[in-house]
Ligand binder design. Structure first.
Ligand SMILES: [Zn+2]
Length: 148
């Protein structure tokens, strides 16, 4: 029975830097990344909505877009724990490509050469998410070293 209950461990990644996803009831998601704790970043999103910081916050603008939008701030999903800048940015760009989202443009955009890799990750079953993340991170590092 205990395996079905959220353990204390589930909360720990929220304290880390990384890439996260906020789902909206309309089916779209917001993908974000932070070098601070994901928990802090999610609280900022909530504050943006509370203070109606439209034009500054994609999350706020999305909610103001119509009555169908209800963002699950209570259920942020950790897509990757990553404190290193470049792997985190690349990871965010990959996740933005993977999920239907209401992100604004202006993030780090992946070159088309990455498409085959993204498609590979996309087709993996959900329970192996921990592994492609490691592959992506190490691939990023390899690529960075080779390019410089
Ligand atoms: Zn929505």
């Amino acid at each position: 029975m205990s395996q079905f209950l959220p353990s204390v461990k589930c909360d720990i990644p929220l304290q880390d830097a990384g890439v996260y996803k906020l789902d909206c009831e309309c089916g779209l998601s917001y993908i974000g990344q932070t070098k601070r704790s994901i928990r802090t970043r999610v609280k900022e999103h909530i504050a943006d909505v509370k203070h109606q910081r439209s034009g500054k916050s994609a999350v706020c603008d999305h909610i103001l877009d119509g009555p169908n939008h209800y963002i699950r701030f209570d259920r942020p999903q950790i897509l990757a724990k990553e404190h290193r800048f470049l792997p985190r940015m690349i990871r965010e760009a990959i996740e933005i490509k993977k999920h239907p989202n209401f992100n604004r443009e202006g993030g780090w955009v992946l070159p088309p050469a990455w498409d085959p890799i993204i498609n590979k990750i996309k087709t993996k079953p959900k329970h192996t998410t921990a592994r492609p993340q490691d592959i992506v991170s190490s691939f990023c590092i390899d690529r960075t070293i080779n390019n410089n």
